[in-house]
Design a protein around this ligand. Structure first.
Ligand code: PMP
Length: 404
């Protein structure tokens, strides 16, 4: 049994079969990961026998739930090499980036300042910055890609000015699988006094993370891509930055003292968690991290890179296929087949119980740069194996026969 087979844990994932009980070749993990039984069970217990609210109840169940919720925060901190005061629970990566744009950006950006994004960003790392730009007058520069579709850090170096306040980049591209040299990006951003935000949505489920080693200032990811539930995500930020940031939503749980004359706010992370939090989701996220950590993020990374390499080399044999992204893509392979729209491919593959994503992947500026309206994207997870690749290739062959 090779390393790839050993890692294939399909049996832990009840979602990986069709309604008829046949294997479902799920190649859309970059959009959202399937959930292991351990996560489903943790969520069911938290919603059932263990359920109560947090932070308020004086009764035992609520106190227990509060311990569980805060233990989840510590587990996240431990998983990413941060401290618990630096972990803010949010609804997802989108909300994390909006929080930084509106709270940090609202307080720190003004006319004449600049932000750098890259061509390959997901819309959730573009639109919040455009919205804050409209309010503050800050201007956005776009860092181009290298020929093999990585963020071009030499170009970033040339774009940076003393007025650059923020550099916000994807750690791993959701379309191309390109992995950023995050440490170099941090050094470059810091050399002009700018902050670095990393959109870690696709990196958190695929590689070992260490905030200190990355040396970034903000890190955002969503639990649902990390084998956890929807509705919760993480913003990690340096404690010194969070301390200075104003709240962006007001309500219960984020205050110290409220009166009509004056309201004071709780310290971070509570200052940024207004209202009843995602209690059951945090507990299920804890279970997801235990599951992923048990497999070893370094092994996961190697497993998914090996599958991506294998798929790329198989696709390279097909003349009509155009491949995007670098050779060492982190488990995400985007491609186009001449004469076949990605949506048609996706529909035919669905008949073969193969699920891929077809479209712009919330990265329209990247599609323009690649010169295509859409791509087909196969993305792997820790449960993916060579059988999934074989099923995809069979489906592609059939599609080509249908389209002549
Ligand atoms: N950034 C990247 C790179 C992503 O892949 C995604 C999800 N497709 C997001 C941000 C947004 O994540 P969410 O929709 O979970 O907030």
């Amino acid at each position: 049994m090779n390393a790839v087979d050993q890692l294939s844990r399909k049996a832990d994932f009840p979602g990986l079969v069709t309604a008829q009980g046949a294997p479902w070749h799920y190649l859309d993990t970059a959009a959202s990961a399937q959930k292991p039984r351990a996560v489903i069970d943790a969520m069911a217990r938290a919603l059932g026998t263990d359920y109560a609210t947090v932070h308020r109840g004086v009764y035992g169940r609520s106190a227990q739930m509060t311990l569980g919720y805060e233990a989840a925060r510590r587990r996240v901190a431990d998983f990413i090499g941060g401290s618990e005061n630096e972990v803010v629970f949010v609804r997802g990566a989108t909300e994390a980036i909006n929080l930084v744009a509106f709270s940090w950006g609202g307080a720190n950006l003004g006319p004449g300042d600049r932000i750098v994004l890259s061509t390959l960003e997901h819309h959730s790392n573009i639109v919040p910055w455009q919205m804050i730009a409209a309010r503050t007058g800050v201007e956005i520069d776009v860092c181009p890609l290298t020929d093999d579709h990585r963020i071009d850090l030499d170009a970033l170096e040339r774009l940076l000015t003393k007025r650059t306040r923020m550099v916000a980049l994807a750690h791993v591209s959701n379309v191309l699988g390109s992995v950023l040299d995050a440490r170099r990006a941090a050094d470059l951003a810091h050399s002009v006094g700018a902050k670095l935000l990393l959109d870690g949505c696709q990196a958190a489920p695929r590689m070992a993370l260490d905030m200190a080693a990355l040396d970034c200032d903000f890190y955002a990811f969503s639990a649902h891509k990390l084998y956890g539930p929807t509705g919760i995500g993480v913003l990690w930020a340096r404690e010194t930055l969070l301390d200075e940031m104003p709240p962006w939503q007001g309500g219960g749980a984020m205050i110290e003292q409220v009166s009509f004359a004056r309201t004071t706010y709780a310290p971070p992370p509570q200052r940024f968690e207004a209202g009843t939090p995602m209690i059951t989701e945090a507990i299920a996220l804890h279970a997801a991290i235990d599951y992923v950590a048990g497999m070893g993020p370094d092994r996961l990374f190697a497993h998914e890179c090996a599958l991506a390499r294998q798929l790329r080399s198989e696709l390279q044999r097909i003349n009509a296929v155009r491949l995007f992204g670098p050779e060492d893509s982190a488990g995400i392979v985007s491609f186009a087949i001449e004469g076949v729209h990605p949506h048609d491919l996706g529909t035919i593959l669905d008949e073969e119980d193969v699920a891929i994503r077809a479209g712009h992947h919330c990265a329209q500026p990247l599609m323009s740069a690649l010169g295509v309206p859409a791509t087909a994207r196969a993305s792997f997870g820790l449960y993916s194996d060579e059988g999934d690749i074989a099923a995809l290739l069979r489906g592609i062959e059939r599609t080509q026969r249908i389209f002549g």
